[in-house]
Design a protein around this ligand. Structure first.
Ligand code: ATP
Ligand code: MG
Length: 235
């Protein structure tokens, strides 16, 4: 059920315009992207270059302009909101959304009927153990809407646990999933995430260059355009 050697994703001529931006200002311009087989993709570029805009588009939150073509395993998709796409992707946004609910319920986001044991395992793998141990109610602790009462790093680890709990989605979208973590915690989490890179298509936006050795294709964004594209050795 994973992403395999024969799997393919192609984006052609993707433009995106924010409704409140000037009419001639595109946040993404002429994006072409091809993922074939087991090649994972890093998206890098300066702050404001369009990384999150592209990730939000891939996640179905930003709609591309007319003319964009999306083809998944030979099948053209009319949008990223279609079930074939939505059922295939898990998304870790730069600032993950946290619901007003328990930590466990937040981790169950994609898999509402996951067992307690599975939730505990995902929480452990995402590095939440020490924090949970310090909370009297542990996984049953209520947290607030929009990350109220928790740190940015805790929110990111909850988002990672969500993805770890869910095995059937074969495309993983990561937008700087470790940006709020200290470097030691980031390296721990990296060891947890790297095995996922083997049987998923990973599209990973980051400022942290140590991730690039795990990526097969690197896309450099500059003002919403691809300025360079290739392997780490080529760039
Ligand atoms: P960072 O590394 O800081 O996360 P980024 O590469 O993810 O930056 P984006 O967040 O994609 O950059 O922003 C790309 C451009 O789009 C920026 O010029 C930004 O100001 C603009 N932008 C982002 N979100 C919106 C929005 N909701 N409405 C209008 N413009 C936006
Ligand atoms: Mg961003």
């Amino acid at each position: 059920a994973g992403w395999g050697a024969d799997s393919q994703l192609t984006l052609t001529s993707v433009d995106f315009h924010y409704p409140d931006a000037a009419a001639d200002t595109l946040a993404l311009h002429d994006i072409h992207l091809q993922a074939a087989g087991m090649a994972n993709i890093a998206i890098i570029g300066r702050s404001g270059s369009g990384k999150s805009t592209l990730m939000n588009l891939l996640a179905g939150f930003n709609q591309p302009q007319q003319g964009a073509r999306i083809v998944l395993d030979g099948q053209p998709l009319t949008s990223f909101n279609q079930p074939q796409w939505q059922d295939s992707v898990s998304y870790i946004p730069q600032d993950p959304y946290i619901f007003s609910a328990t930590i466990a319920a937040n981790i169950r986001f994609y898999v509402p009927d996951a067992s307690d044991a599975a939730v505990q395992q995902a929480a452990r793998q995402a590095g939440l153990t020490d924090w949970l141990a310090a909370l009297p109610a542990g996984l049953d602790t209520m947290i607030g809407e929009g990350q109220r009462g928790i740190s940015g790093g805790q929110a990111q680890r909850i988002a990672v646990a969500r993805v770890l709990l869910d095995h059937h989605r074969r495309i993983l979208l990561f937008d700087e999933p470790t940006a709020h973590l200290d470097i030691e915690t980031e390296y721990e989490l990296k060891q947890t995430l790297l095995p996922l890179f083997q049987d998923h298509l990973v599209i990973f936006a980051t400022h942290r260059l140590h991730w690039l050795t795990a990526m097969d294709q690197i896309i450099v964004l500059e003002h919403g355009r691809i300025s360079e594209q290739g392997t780490l050795a080529q760039l």
